[in-house]
Design a protein. Structure first.
Length: 295
């Protein structure tokens, strides 16, 4: 008998032994299980722990396209949800699945909710997390934007730049971190100044392993060391000796796509789109009257 059918039969019996379970899958693929039962439950290769104080407010779900929402409440602990991990953003956008489970026979269960974690607040040794349903995705804009800069993300399916190719990624060691967000690095590879500007820094080890930041500036010094400025500081500070990975940057310009990446065929911008004043321009007022681009 299928799990949902078995659970329905159990609920129809009039005497029930049910509990709620939640799986939280973070973006680093770490899975955490919680239950409001007084004993741990095991299924789907995961232990749903009962000692976390995890509970959920009433789940609101509709049959239309309105956004489903709920709230999860729990206690901060060293073993599961920690103050440090929340502050570091490791739970931001984590996938959530909630079940109604017969704790006497965990094969009898039904999925009540699928979605993701939204805003997380902390107070008094506990946390409160907004649960956002799958229809939350309907709030995001879709479609192409007609603009001169490229709309693709470097390396995605639209861009198709191979980030595993030589010169796209390199590793470095942190030498020093300043108060203003500048990170001084030592690396064996040599790249021109600005090569990683608008790129990404991934933390490979230490307390911040798995976190990343966007690079605002990339400076090369005469002694071979390199400094990068972060747009926003990491939520877990970098320390001297930490290993990081630098990913090449792209400023989304037509010329950069051609000269730096040789990827012009996949450029996702519109470099020859007319300016706003083009409707007011008389042919005798243009700089070039050869039938080409107005640039």
């Amino acid at each position: 008998m299928a799990g949902a059918e078995a659970l329905h039969k159990h609920l129809s019996s009039g005497v029930t032994t049910v509990a709620r379970c939640w799986e939280v899958r973070r973006k680093d693929d770490r899975r955490l299980g919680f239950t409001d039962h007084d004993l741990d439950l095991d299924f789907d290769g995961l232990t749903f722990r009962a000692d976390t104080g995890m509970s959920a407010a009433a789940l609101q779900q509709g049959t239309g396209l309105s956004v489903d929402n709920s709230e999860a409440i729990g206690a901060l602990s060293d073993a599961s949800v920690t103050e440090t991990d929340i502050a570091a953003g490791r739970f931001d956008g984590a996938a959530v699945t909630a079940w109604l489970v017969n704790w006497a026979d965990v094969t009898a269960r039904k999925v009540l909710f699928r979605g993701s974690l939204g805003e997380i607040t902390r107070s008094g040794g506990g946390f409160s997390a907004e649960l956002r349903g799958l229809t939350e995705m309907l709030n995001r804009p879709v479609g192409r934007v007609f603009q001169k800069p490229c709309s693709a993300v470097l390396g995605d399916q639209a861009c198709r730049v191979d980030l595993d190719a030589p010169g796209m990624v390199t590793e470095a060691t942190v030498l020093e971190v300043s108060d203003v967000g500048r990170v001084t690095l030592a690396m064996s590879d040599t790249f021109e100044a600005g090569w990683f500007q608008r790129g990404r820094l991934d933390v490979l080890d230490g307390d911040g392993a798995g976190l990343w930041a966007v690079l605002k500036r990339d400076v090369l010094f005469d002694d071979g060391t390199r400094a990068v400025d972060l747009w926003e500081p990491l939520r877990v500070p970098l320390l001297a000796g930490n290993r990081v990975r630098l990913v090449v940057g792209c400023d989304k310009r037509f010329e950069t796509c051609r000269a730096k990446f040789d990827n012009l065929l996949n450029y996702q911008g519109f470099p020859d789109i007319p300016q706003e004043e083009w409707v007011m321009v008389h042919p005798t007022m243009t700089r070039n009257r050869n039938g080409g681009s107005l640039r």
